[in-house]
Design a binder for this molecule. Structure first.
Ligand SMILES: [Zn+2]
Length: 142
């Protein structure tokens, strides 16, 4: 199983992680396909980290989550997953992340040390996804 991600999304993820440090950034991954199947992440939508311990964990602003799911139901881009950063760690799911695994098959992007890794919430923890970077394909949207 592999996913595609646009170069613009990769740039946004790294910029958001830098901006939020030393706190964790977080947000939504939007695009086409999935969840569970192959997909293309075309947009990273930053959200507020409303955790009371934002240096150690993340909690996506519920209003942003609700709005994204509502937009998807109305024909907008699909919610393929979520992203957050590990300001002092590695781009692998932490013990806390594993506690929050729900098995909804969504994609988790984790940004750390200038790297972005993609994981699938498989319900038995996370499995790493291979990811192919693609250019912004504007003709696709017409
Ligand atoms: Zn984490």
């Amino acid at each position: 199983m592999h996913i595609e991600v646009t170069s613009g999304v990769m740039a946004t993820l790294c910029a958001e992680a830098d901006r939020a440090a030393p706190e964790e950034c977080c947000g939504l991954l939007l695009g086409r396909g999935g969840p569970g199947g192959e997909g293309r992440i075309e947009m990273a939508l930053p959200a507020a980290n409303v955790s009371d311990r934002p240096r150690l964990r993340f909690e996506i602003d519920p209003a942003a989550l609700l709005a994204a799911h509502k937009a998807a139901r109305a024909g907008g881009p699909r919610v393929l997953g979520y992203y957050h950063s590990h300001p002092t760690g590695h781009p692998v799911p932490s013990a806390i992340d594993c506690e929050h695994s729900t098995g909804d098959l969504r994609i988790w992007a984790i940004i750390a040390s200038g790297q972005v890794a993609f994981w699938r919430d498989s319900g038995k923890g996370f499995s790493e996804l291979t990811c192919r970077m693609v250019g912004e394909d504007r003709a696709d949207h017409i």
